[in-house]
Design a protein around this ligand. Structure first.
Ligand code: LMR
Length: 334
């Protein structure tokens, strides 16, 4: 009787041990945009591949649309270990103390995705991600979204049309300077609050890649959208360094592979997602979409490129120059 009780106990222990050995490592991946966006889809893709490649040893739970945390909170939550992965916009790293990421916000610094990839997929991008480590954060990859355009309830044809307008921006000093240079009044606001702020007139306008504008229904509360494509918005996929370093080596490699695939996927779909969103905005018929003429585009460029020089002391002249070198951009030739 005693022996069988002992055997039963041992068996129970073995079952518990197996169960806990099999218990999945949970990665909470929080973000602020809709699922149906480049970032939302890439996060879903990563979750699926992480599960497959680790054969269920890792379970990635994706929380979209600020359901878990808003912009500022999500950064703090990652540092505290309450979430394990995020993909904040590059414009949101200033509050973490990494100002250099704001280089991506400089107006017109990239003339399209090809220019951008020279940076995000090259040595400059690597050096930038490495700057996160002293903050306990590990930079894993860059994911594309797209180029921002201005929207408002009044037509935008010239830089002067934004004078005096209250414009919602992300938490970046470069974006603040961009708006001030146009004579607009910048208002930093969490992404989750933008629709309501536009609807109630707390702000007059904003700037977004079209996938963000459309999936948050901002086009329903913005009468005019001008395709200025004056600045880039994309993401750094980040994790809590302690968490990442503590993963079993084989699991970490499988996650790296899943992330590599998700990054290729994200960067492949981003442009198409934005193009499709633009078509959807046009079809919805609530917003007048205006394509600036080359002369009008040049006027915006001439008005906004001086922001580069003004922000040198914040971002670092050498970093700005290293991007010019990669892309061939010359601020003196406009
Ligand atoms: C914004 O706040 O406008 C964007 O950063 C949202 C996002 O994550 O694309």
């Amino acid at each position: 009787m005693k022996i069988s009780a002992l055997l039963f106990g041992l068996l129970a222990c073995a079952v518990t041990a197996t169960a806990s050995a099999q218990q999945a490592i949970v990665i909470k991946f929080s973000h602020v945009v809709a699922q149906d966006t480049p970032k939302g889809k890439a996060a879903g893709f990563f979750a699926k591949r992480a599960g497959e490649l680790t054969k269920g040893r890792v379970k990635v739970e994706v929380y979209a649309n600020s359901t878990l945390y808003k912009d500022k909170e999500e950064m703090e939550a990652l540092q505290l270990g309450a979430v394990q992965m995020l993909a904040p916009s590059l414009a949101k790293f200033g509050p973490l103390g990494v100002r250099e990421f704001e280089v991506f916000d400089l107006p017109y610094i990239f003339d399209g995705y090809a220019d951008l990839h020279k940076v995000t997929q090259g040595p400059v991008g690597k050096q930038l991600l490495a700057k996160l480590e002293p903050k306990g954060v590990m930079g894993l990859a860059f994911w594309d979204n797209g180029f921002k355009s201005f929207s408002a309830n009044t037509p935008i044809r010239t830089p002067a049309d934004l004078k005096g307008k209250k414009m919602r921006i992300q938490s970046s000093k470069v974006l603040e300077e961009e708006m001030r240079t146009l004579g607009a009044i910048p208002q930093v606001m969490a992404f989750s609050e933008v629709y309501q702020a536009l609807q109630t007139g707390v702000v007059d306008g904003t700037e977004n890649p079209i996938s963000n504008l459309y999936t948050q229904k901002m086009h329903e509360v913005q009468k005019y959208l001008t395709l200025t494509e004056h600045g880039y918005l994309g993401y750094a996929v980040i994790t809590n360094k302690k968490f990442w370093d503590g993963l079993p080596g084989d699991v970490r490699s499988e996650l790296e592979q899943a992330l590599k695939e998700a990054t290729d996927y994200a960067n492949k779909i981003a442009k198409d997602e934005n193009d499709a969103a633009l078509e959807a905005v046009k079809k919805a018929g609530k917003t007048i979409v205006y394509v600036p003429t080359p002369e009008e585009r040049l006027a915006f460029k001439r008005a906004l490129v001086p922001v580069h020089k003004k922000m040198e002391s914040r971002i670092g002249a050498a970093l700005i120059q290293s991007i010019y070198k990669e892309t061939g951009f010359d601020p003196n030739k406009l």
